[in-house]
Design a protein around this ligand. Structure first.
Ligand SMILES: C[S@@+](CC[C@H](N)C(=O)[O-])C[C@H]1O[C@@H](n2cnc3c(N)ncnc32)[C@H](O)[C@@H]1O
Length: 190
């Protein structure tokens, strides 16, 4: 297919900004697939900070990282991403090349534990502050579940009002698909 599917597009974005020694954030670790992907891209001298509120997500991801030999370059926090600014060392503020959010619930997990509008916006604001120029925050917006539409609308309202002198905002979505397909929001710091 010529048009990249949503998750392929997200990986292309990550590959374009992450290189050896880069700093990245996985704001919603879940089963750790993105955490592993980011950890490989930043190399041995890079750093990934990962957040999830569920112990299960942190445990599974930690195990995955150890198996892949990537644990040293990743710091996992069982903590809401709305605390990111507080726990990421000051020396890395302003140096973050990419942050990724996969909104909604953990696939095959507890569907009642979902990302929420207020904490998501607070976290995005913090990530935008910590980004370096040319860095990106990418959100995969799943919105078919209970609470999903509210989060989507709050987020769209927030990103469309970001100052265009400071940020470029892209929405990437397939608009003729059934069943609330996820879409991507990408925010680049200028
Ligand atoms: C769609 S899943 C993430 C999927 C993940 N990227 C993967 O590769 O498996 C969303 C995750 O966000 C987590 N979450 C919910 N609220 C959160 C918050 N305030 N801070 C960090 N993680 C949160 C959930 O526990 C869930 O694991």
């Amino acid at each position: 297919m010529t048009l990249q599917p949503i998750l392929v597009f997200v990986r292309t974005l990550m590959q374009s900004v992450l290189h050896d020694e880069a700093i990245a954030i996985d704001a919603t670790v879940g089963n750790g697939h993105d955490t592993v992907f980011l950890a490989k891209l930043v190399g041995e001298a890079g750093k990934v900070y990962g957040f999830d509120i569920q112990a299960e997500a942190i445990e599974v991801t930690n195990k995955r990282l150890i198996e892949e030999g990537l644990a040293e370059r990743v710091a996992l926090f069982q903590l809401g991403h709305e605390n990111a600014e507080m726990v990421i060392p000051l020396e890395d503020h302003g140096n973050v090349a990419a942050a990724i959010f996969n909104l909604g619930y953990l696939p095959k997990g507890d569907k009642s534990i979902i990302t929420k509008p207020e904490t998501t916006i607070s976290a995005v604001e913090q990530m935008l502050k910590m980004l370096k120029v040319g860095g990106i925050v990418v959100l995969v917006v799943y919105h078919g579940h209970d609470g999903g539409a509210e989060e989507r609308d709050t987020l769209l309202q927030y990103v469309t009002t970001l100052n265009q002198e400071k940020f470029q905002v892209l929405q990437y979505s397939f608009i003729n698909q059934r069943n609330h397909p996820p879409f991507v929001l990408a925010i680049e710091k200028r």
